[in-house]
Structures are given as C-alpha cells and as structure tokens.
Design a protein around this ligand. Structure first.
Ligand code: NAD
Length: 372
C-alpha cells in the first residue's frame, strides 16, 4: 500500500518496531518521540499544528481542546495505546469531531492476572520472603517465625467494577475457590456471574473444591465490609463527569468499612484511591495491606506517604505494569497487542475503512460524535 495522500503521524512514544513498521509499510510518514519520558505538551501542539493526520498518545499526555484546536483542520485521529482514556477530554474531542481510539480487550487477561499476582504477593508476603533470603536474614525454618502470610484460596474477594478486566479477575479468582462479591452500579453481567456459579457448583459436586463457594452482586457497603480482598477495576471518573464518580472511591470512610485483615488491590487508576488516607489506614492497621500498580502521581514522588518505611512490609508498589506482558504490549496483531490495535485504529481511520464511518469502527471510543 502506498501513502498517496501523504499521511503523517506523530507518536508521543515508541510503540515497538513491529507496529511502527506496519504503519511505515502503509507508506505513512511516522515520526516518533524517542522518550522514554513523555514529550512536553508544547511539542505535541507544535507537531499537531504542523499538520499531522494521526496522533498516537499514551496515558501520560493530556489531550484536550488546546490539542484539538491546533489540529482542527488536519488531525483525523488520536490513537491511545491504553484502554483507559481519562487523559483525553472526550467532550473536547466531540466538539471538534475528532475520533479517538483505545486498546480495550487485548490487555484484559494480562491486567487481571497481574492483579491476581499482586494479591498473592502482598498477602503471602513474597517480597518480604525473598528479601530475607537475599539479605541473609533467614535464620532457620520455623513454624511461624519471622512472619506468616494470609492465604488467598477459599477467601472472599470484592470485585469493584465488573467490566472487561473485573470479569477476567473473577474468572481467575474462581479458580482459587474464592467467594466473590461484585459491585458495579452501571453494568451487571448476570449471565457471566451465573456461569461462574455453575462452574463453582460443578467443581464442588465433583470434589475439585472442598467448600461450596458463591458469587453475587451486592451493594458497595456489603462488598467492602465482608471482603478479605478488594480489587478495583473501574475507569477514573471525575465528579464533573458522572453521578457515580470513581475519584477517591477508596477514601477514609470506605477504608473504615474494610476489615482490619483485608487487603486492597488497585490496578485501575491512581486517583481512584486517596493515597494519603490509604497510607494512614496502613499505618494504623485499619486494613492489613495494599498492592498498587497505579498512583495519583506517576512516577511515584519520593515524598509519597506510601513510601513510608513503617508500612513497607504491607505495601507492594508496581510501576503501572499490569498490562506489561510482551505480547499484550507489543504484538502487531490487533487481536493480541496494544501496539497492533493502535496501529490498526490509525489505519482504519486514515484509509476510510467501514465506509469511513468512525461510529462503526471497533476501536473508536467517542462514537457518539459521529452518530447519524
Ligand atoms: P470497562 O469499561 O470494561 O469496565 C469498567 C467497569 O467499571 C464498567 O463495568 C463500569 O460500569 C464500572 N464502573 C464505572 N463506575 C463505577 C463505580 N462508580 N463503581 C463501580 N464500578 C464502576 O474497563 P476495563 O477494560 O475493565 O478497564 C478498567 C480500567 O482499568 C481502565 O479504565 C483503566 O483505567 C484500568 N487499566 C489499568 C491497567 C494497568 O496497567 N494498570 C491496564 C488496563 C486497564
């Protein structure tokens, strides 16, 4: 395919050679900001003003009216390499009628499995155990010294947000004989939940699991009060955007509902958790521990209360890494990789697939701006 129309793309980050090559093979002129950090917004504006047709973004870039205004004559697509798009102002994109795309689905299983591993890591004190061995502080095998962990198998988990990743997390937890409480005010997938219950019942009937287990939708209070683990799978929604915002969903009040033996797992977005309140709860042992992949400010600042050495034994921290598997991030196949899906989204729009109708293109988020 040649680039007869002379399409130009600016990517605010590398997305890996295979997907970059796919775009170049289509004849597009692809300019990549080599990073690894994000470019300043002024540079993105400058590139957009220079007339690029496609802009590839990461969650680090703030994409709002300033950017859309700069590209109002020429910018045809903003393709985000992430499923979350809280950094893109949807109302602004709609006002300028510029479609933006994301990479849902391809990262669902990778993110859910990472959330599951994070839960195991904090509860079974895996990091503490490895440190003991590495630092030559392991005196001898002992029934309970120097510490014990908490099991995951057979416990109760609250899944907050039963969208794609929440449902995948449910599937993984059901394999560990967990009881599952679901909370989602906007979307309840009863078919899926009933299917999981059938699998649970079959496993029990066939002696594959010893205890009967159950899954059900409950109100948020019951979920938080009852669970041994609380795992968050919601988008970041600000109070200005919805009646059910997720900003600081975990706060001083909701933390107090949790059991002192409970753990919090967050792979959604940092601002969903009030970090100050969480650090305080961990310090005062209002809850037992937390494993976090995302933070209110990324990278995590040195003065974050989450880095307090006093809570280090019960706080596991990761570098926004839950989707960070090789295939999930970089596969050029749009059915497998975020990079592949990002490239395909750009191609769909620039080459006018689906009769050039963004409302019919699978990866476009703001379809409402193009509804006829
Ligand atoms: P999704 O849209 O399929 O699911 C989100 C669910 O949250 C929806 O069912 C929605 O109804 C529900 N929800 C909305 N408001 C809620 C509220 N107030 N309380 C409870 N539930 C609420 O999205 P997804 O693909 O499952 O991804 C979820 C989020 O995970 C993304 O928006 C992104 O921010 C984050 N994410 C993080 C990583 C990572 O690397 N850490 C990777 C992928 C996704």
């Amino acid at each position: 395919m040649t680039n007869e129309k002379g399409f130009r793309i600016f990517a605010t980050s590398r997305i890996g050679a295979p997907a970059e090559n796919r775009l170049r093979e289509h004849g597009y002129d692809l300019e990549v900001f080599e990073g690894p950090e994000a470019p300043p917004k002024s540079l993105i504006i400058e590139k957009v003003k220079s007339g690029v047709d496609g802009l590839i973004t990461t969650l680090r870039d703030r994409i709002d009216a300033e950017i859309f205004e700069a590209g109002k004559e020429t910018l045809k697509v903003v393709a985000q390499i992430a499923v979350g798009f809280d950094n893109i102002n949807r109302a602004d994109a709609n006002k300028y009628r510029i479609p933006f795309t994301h990479t849902a689905d391809v990262l669902t299983e990778a993110t859910a499995e990472f959330a599951f591993f994070m839960m195991g890591m904090v509860a079974r004190k895996m990091y503490e155990s490895e440190r003991l061995v590495r630092e030559q502080r392991w005196p001898s095998w002992h029934p309970f010294l120097p510490f014990l962990g908490d099991e995951v198998t057979g416990k109760t988990i609250a899944i907050i947000g039963t969208g794609r990743i929440g449902l995948a997390m449910i599937k993984k937890c059901s394999g560990f004989d967990m009881n599952i409480l679901c909370y989602d005010p906007a979307y309840q997938n009863n078919d899926y939940v009933n299917g999981i219950q059938e699998v649970m019942d079959l496993r029990y009937a066939r002696g594959i699991q010893k205890e009967k287990t159950a899954i059900k939708y409950v109100e948020v209070e019951e979920a938080l009060r009852t669970a041994d683990y609380v795992s968050i799978h919601v988008p970041l929604l600000l109070p200005s955007e919805t009646e059910k915002p997720t900003y600081h969903f975990i706060n001083e009040k909701t933390l107090k509902l949790m059991k002192p033996t409970a753990y919090l797992i967050n792979t959604s977005r940092g601002p969903v958790v009030d970090e100050k309140a969480l650090a305080k709860a961990l310090k005062e042992k209002t809850i037992a521990g937390a494993a976090l992949d995302v933070f209110e400010k990324e990278p995590l600042p040195a003065d974050s209360p989450l880095l307090d050495p006093e809570i280090a034994d019960r706080t596991r921290l990761f570098h926004h890494f839950a989707s960070g598997g090789q295939i999930t991030r970089l596969s050029v196949d749009p059915e497998k990789g975020m990079a592949g899906r990002t490239a395909q989204a750009v191609i769909d729009i620039l080459e006018g697939r689906y009769d050039g109708d963004p409302a019919r293109m699978p990866y476009v988020v703001n379809k409402e701006a193009f509804a006829k």
